[in-house]
Ligand binder design. Structure first.
Ligand code: HEM
Length: 240
């Protein structure tokens, strides 16, 4: 029974996540950028823009320049999240890829950095007057959700433990459209329930900044307005 409920939940969540994200990305890609507005100093070549974008998504360069505290906690959380997610690939692959095996201990301890980073970002929303004023319920909800996922994961890893072999068999089964059974551990239910909620709301949440950053005109445009006249497609039509 439990297996069926979670199987349906994860199938629905996966469809909403994939289709929702695809629709949002399509919309971003089709949104016109009528003006040349790269934040200067900006690269003057496409190669330069690729490098700038890489620095932005790997090091959070512009955030570093604007606020060191937010950068510290934000960068810590995101990099730790990567390690945690890479570690989780072991539940969905058999045999487990070698680099996922190597990442296991790093992913385990990154879980603490993930929660500390989120804690710092959340504290800022209460302690900094200016930020408290502009924080809305969804800002708090996202942080609570991610911290809930992190803490329930850490609980399973270090305190209560669950049958991870059974969890893996269940998810490998789902990927082959076979519904198996899931250990009835309360913390596992919480962990998986929160993950499903995260997947469902991702395409309608602020977490869309993950794909969105690549479509930001202030970051992805080449500073060549003197060499090449920028013409939005609709403006080009008017000129004909
Ligand atoms: C369907 C997807 C997921 C499954 C099946 C799953 C399952 C698990 C399990 C079984 C553990 C305990 C590991 C152990 O005892 O060794 C765990 C830990 C953890 N999970 Fe998840 N999880 C999922 C998604 C996520 C996501 C999306 C996040 C982060 C946003 C996350 C964050 C964590 C953390 C931080 C830990 C503790 C550190 C670790 O053991 O890796 N999980 N997860």
């Amino acid at each position: 029974m439990l297996g069926v409920v979670f199987a349906l939940l994860f199938y629905v969540a996966t469809i909403l996540l994939v289709v929702g994200l695809a629709m949002k990305i399509r919309k971003y890609a089709k949104t016109p950028a009528p003006l040349k507005i790269p934040t200067t100093p900006a690269p003057t070549t496409t190669g330069g823009v690729v490098l700038r974008m890489l620095r932005e998504v790997i090091f959070f360069e512009s955030l570093f320049k604007s606020n060191k505290w937010i950068w510290l906690f934000g960068w810590m959380f995101h990099m730790a999240l990567w390690l945690v997610l890479i570690r989780h690939l072991r539940y969905f692959t058999q045999p487990v890829w070698w680099w996922v095996e190597i990442a296991q201990p790093f992913g385990t301890y990154a879980s603490f950095a993930m929660v500390v980073g989120l804690g710092g970002l959340w504290a800022r929303r209460f302690l900094v007057e200016r930020i408290r004023y502009i924080s809305n319920p969804s800002d708090h909800l996202m942080l609570a959700l991610l911290i809930g996922i992190g803490l329930s994961g850490i609980m399973m890893r270090f305190v209560t433990h669950t049958d991870i072999i059974a969890v893996k068999a269940f998810f490998l089964g789902l990927m082959r459209f076979q519904i198996g059974t899931l250990p009835a551990d309360p913390i596992l239910m919480v962990h998986l329930g929160l993950v499903a909620i995260l997947m469902i709301i991702f395409p309608i949440s602020k977490l869309l900044h993950a794909p969105g950053v690549f479509f930001s005109p202030t970051r992805n445009q080449v500073d060549n307005s003197r060499e090449k006249r920028h013409l939005a497609p609709w403006a080009a039509k008017l000129e004909q």
